[in-house]
Design a protein around this ligand. Structure first.
Ligand SMILES: [Ca+2]
Ligand SMILES: [Zn+2]
Length: 729
């Protein structure tokens, strides 16, 4: 095993308890590389908790930890692993009699709602969807399970399924619900672009409180209460700058407890349902909080920063619930190998080296040399790969890939195309960091994730926005909190006001985090550049804010103006000439101040079909001609701006690289856009991005010559990540 890798984070300890072949067999499929020796090691994890649920007797917390369900004593200690398998388990829920535990089980083909008998360990699948499943709860009075079907980062709805319901026939990938026996599942809330991410059923079973957010009509999450048929919804909160979520119903039915996030600070709030009086129990900066009420009625189990805590609801005192979750891991092959006889593009700016050889030891490049491969002193069992003159380069990096939970199994596909690292420019922080850790520890296949944390916005027009900031004086606390949680940078979003953006960037510089911005609605690029931002996303997405003073929306005064389509109409009639003196001056300033750009050409180039579909970004795409977008990218390159290749999750990084070739960029520069430049932006260029001694052995071997024609980047022959072969053609 790669001890260096496992020991990097101080919370991880690797030990070798000896062979446990039965567990090895169960865990084998999780590894990107095949299992070699039947010896096993233990990976101890103390962080990575998500979705807590307290047992009805109050003794045990069921919780998701890096993709498996674990049972933890409520006072903390050794966690017991309940689920195994190659998929991702989440969102446990206890039945009232504690004899059953329900949870979601996600695999590449879809997600199952599973009910497990805790007496026998037998599992039953009650529901299957090609999407994800979010929160799950047993209905207190009906024989039903309620759950959130989580379609994507914009749409999620509440469903109820009878417990007698059983999946009887394979129909993975279909939305059809008919092939089930035992009563029909019911969808309780509706609407595209509307998300109900958490809910709580009243103890009498008659009402349900729902965290709801609707797009494109702006507004943060609010709480609604409706009846058990999803009807007669009543709005409980209407606070466009405050997110209310993770709602719980107290056992006496008299109050709701939830987290209320305002200006980057989470407040655990108790709200009386009679009169609506609220009381803040506890407050701390944003860290992905989730609540689960304890049956004693006096405490709650809280996840914060992916760790468990016990919260006293009266005093507000918080005590950690320390846990140790020991994953039994198989020994992966040693991360050592030698590649001989390659044409090496090392990414440093040097020209291609013919007859190059690369020796990898302990997951890192140990030596690079040219000429006939001589006999090495390495052990005989180190695999040697004859590249037969093929093109060798560093593994690719997608600098704009939002790693939402829904795409957790796309990682294996990304790796197979040579993408060994990604920069995640904004997602739910716990998802992003837990996926990052699961991949890093070898529990899940995928590229290394550099997370920029949540989208920090000044107003929410999309459900996926997680932190709203309108006061510059609140910025420093949030930035420091995100830094503590281990993000690699920060992401500022559409409606952040100029003074708040300046405050975020200033504090980010203090803690050493680079800031990337998808902005232009409310703060112009020039303002962001002047503020010292480190990178801008998407060229020409928001021409109105690109060069001119953006419109300052009167959010609280004129709700009609908030209509997204109308606003986009307004900005869509402007055209910016990418070759104008004004643009050239701005690009020169970007270059001078080392502001990078990820143009995301494939995500923003307009297709006729997209224009029909509407959609915010798509509508924007109609603003500028595709030629203008490509011209801007070339102008930026010629101005000396460091460019990053990124997809915004659109078809592929290879598409983006070809689009850059069509824009007229030199292919060597494009290969650097997709490798070393992203590492430089993160200040990790000593770690990865080039093929040099000391760097991580992330390598891509392709047939052909991408320097001559970029499409050859698709001819993947071999992918090595951290010194192990993860894909071989
Ligand atoms: Ca609200
Ligand atoms: Zn994006």
């Amino acid at each position: 095993m790669n001890k260096q890798l496992w020991n990097r984070a101080n919370r991880i300890h690797a030990t070798c308890p000896g062979a446990r072949p039965w567990v090895v067999a169960a865990a084998c499929g999780l590894l990107a590389a095949p299992c070699a020796a039947p010896s096993a090691a233990t990976l101890t994890v103390e962080r990575g908790a998500q979705d807590p649920a307290v047992s009805p007797d109050g003794t045990t917390v069921a919780v998701g930890i890096l993709g498996k369900i674990w049972l933890v004593p409520v006072s903390g200690g050794e966690a017991r692993q309940l689920t195994t398998g190659t998929g991702w388990h989440s969102h446990p829920a206890w039945s009232k009699d504690a004899r059953f535990l329900a949870y979601a089980y996600q695999r590449p083909t879809g997600t199952e709602l599973i009910e497990r008998s805790l007496a026998t360990g037998t599992e039953r699948t009650l529901f299957i969807t090609k999407h994800s499943i979010g929160q799950i709860a047993y209905h207190p009075t009906r024989p039903e399970l309620w759950f959130v079907e989580d379609r994507d980062q914009m749409t999620a709805h509440l469903w109820a399924v009878p417990r007698t319901h059983q999946y009887v026939e394979s129909y993975m990938g279909s939305d059809e619900q008919k092939k089930h026996a035992g009563g029909d599942p019911r969808q309780l809330t509706f609407g595209a672009g509307q998300a109900d991410w958490s809910f709580a059923i009243s103890p009498d079973g008659r009402r349900v409180a729902v965290e709801h957010v609707a797009a494109p009509f702006p507004g943060a999450r609010d709480l609604h209460v409706m009846n058990a048929d999803g009807k007669d919804a009543e709005r409980l909160t209407q606070s466009p700058l405050v997110d209310e979520f993770s709602v719980q119903w107290t056992s006496d039915g008299a109050s709701l407890i939830y987290v209320s996030r305002e200006e980057g600070v989470d407040q655990v709030t108790v709200r009386s349902l009679k009169g609506g009086a609220t009381r803040v129990v506890f407050a701390s900066p944003f860290d992905g909080k989730q609540l689960a009420l304890h049956p004693d009625g006096e405490t709650a189990v809280m996840v914060a920063g992916r760790q468990l805590f016990r919260l006293q609801l009266k005093s507000g005192s918080v005590t950690p619930i320390p846990l140790k979750a020991r994953f039994t891991m198989p020994d992966a092959p040693r991360p050592d190998l030698v590649i001989t006889n390659a044409r090496l593009f090392d990414g440093t700016g040097r020209s291609v080296a013919e007859q190059a050889n690369v020796e990898v030891k302990d997951g890192r490049v140990a030596r690079v040399w040219s000429g006939p491969a001589v006999q090495r002193s390495s052990p005989a069992n180190v695999p040697t790969i004859d590249a037969r003159g093929r093109f060798l380069m560093a593994g690719l990096m997608d600098n704009h890939y939002h790693y939402w939970h829904h795409w957790l199994f796309k990682g294996a596909d990304l790796v197979a195309t040579g993408v060994t690292s990604i920069r995640d420019p904004g997602a739910q922080i716990a998802d992003s960091l837990n996926l990052r850790d699961a991949i890093e520890h070898g529990l899940l296949a995928g590229p290394r994730i550099y997370s920029l944390g949540p989208l920090i916005d000044g107003y929410s027009m999309k459900p996926m926005v997680d932190v709203l900031l309108t006061k510059p004086e609140a910025a420093a606390t949030l930035v420091r909190a995100l830094h503590r949680q281990g993000v690699a940078g920060l992401k500022v979003y559409h409606f952040l006001a100029p003074d708040v953006l300046r405050a975020v960037v200033a504090e980010a510089k203090v803690v050493g985090l680079p800031v990337s911005g998808d902005i232009g609605f409310r703060t112009s690029w020039q303002e962001a550049i002047a503020a010292g931002i480190d990178g801008l996303n998407h060229g020409f997405n928001y021409p109105h804010g690109f060069l001119h003073d953006p419109w300052v929306p009167q959010w609280d005064k004129d709700p009609v103006e908030l209509n997204a389509a109308r606003y986009m109409q307004r900005v869509s009639h402007e055209r910016v000439d990418p070759r104008s003196a004004e643009v050239k001056a701005m690009l020169a300033e970007m270059a001078r101040r080392h502001v990078v750009l990820d143009p995301t050409l494939t995500a923003t180039l307009t297709k006729e079909s997209d224009v029909q579909q509407g959609g915010l970004d798509r509508l924007n795409g109609t603003v500028q001609s595709n030629a203008d977008r490509k011209a801007l990218t070339l102008e930026a390159y010629q101005a000396g701006i460091m460019l990053l290749a990124g997809t915004d999750n659109m078809p592929s990084l290879q598409d983006e690289m070809e689009a850059c070739e069509q824009a007229g960029l030199p292919n060597a520069a494009i290969l650097q856009m997709a490798t070393v430049n992203g590492a430089k932006w993160l200040h990790k260029e000593k770690e990865f991005g080039t093929v040099e001694a000391g760097k991580r052995a992330d390598l891509l071997l392709v047939d052909g010559d991408p320097l001559k024609q970029m499409k050859d980047i698709r001819n993947v022959a071999l992918v090595v990540k951290d010194g192990r072969i993860v894909f071989e053609q």
